[in-house]
Write a protein that binds this ligand. Structure first.
Ligand code: AMP
Length: 132
C-alpha cells in the first residue's frame, strides 16, 4: 500500500502544495512548528532518507534549497532549519522550519493550530516567492 505521502503526490489526499517538479514535491506540514514549516519528499517512495541514492539526495537537497530560499523570503527568519526524522511517516522527507531561535526546531514543542485558509495562504505565499 502506498504511503500517505505517495497518496498526497497522487492527489488522493489533499495537501497544501508549495512546489513540485518531476522528482520532488513540497507541501506544508499539517502540524507546523512555525508558519512556513514545509516537508520536501521524493516522489519515489523510500522509507529511510539515507536509503535514497546519492543522486537523489543531491537533487533533493537542491530542490529543498529553492524551497528554503522561498520560505525565508515569505516568512522572514534568522535561518531556515532543516531536519530529517522520519519516525512517524515511512516516506523519506526533509523538514524545513523558519527559525527565530534554536528552540523553534524542537519537535516536542506544541504545534500551531491553523485554519484551512491560513494554510492555503501560507502555501501560496511561499509558492509566489519561488523563481518562476
Ligand atoms: P516524522 O516522520 O517524525 O518526520 O514526522 C512526520 C511529519 O509529517 C509530522 O511533522 C506530521 O505532522 C507530518 N504529517 C503527517 N501526515 C501529514 C499530512 N497528511 N499532511 C501534512 N503533513 C503530515
Amino acid at each position: 500500500m502506498a504511503s500517505i505521502f505517495s497518496r498526497i503526490v497522487a492527489g488522493e489526499i489533499p495537501s497544501y502544495k508549495v512546489a513540485e517538479d518531476d522528482k520532488f514535491f513540497a507541501f506544508l506540514d499539517i502540524n507546523p512548528l512555525a508558519k512556513g514549516h514545509t516537508l520536501v519528499i521524493p516522489k519515489r517512495e523510500v522509507d529511510y532518507f539515507f536509503d535514497l541514492t546519492d543522486e537523489e539526495i543531491g537533487a533533493m537537497q537542491i530542490f529543498a534549497k529553492k524551497v528554503a530560499t522561498a520560505i525565508k523570503e515569505a516568512f522572514p527568519c534568522v535561518k531556515v532549519g532543516q531536519a530529517v526524522l522520519g519516525l512517524e511517516v515511512p516516506h523519506a522527507h526533509i523538514h524545513l522550519v523558519p527559525m527565530q531561535s534554536e528552540k523553534d526546531m524542537l519537535f516536542t514543542n506544541p504545534k500551531l493550530k491553523l485554519t484551512a485558509e491560513e494554510f492555503a495562504e501560507i502555501a501560496q505565499k511561499i509558492n509566489s516567492c519561488l523563481p518562476q
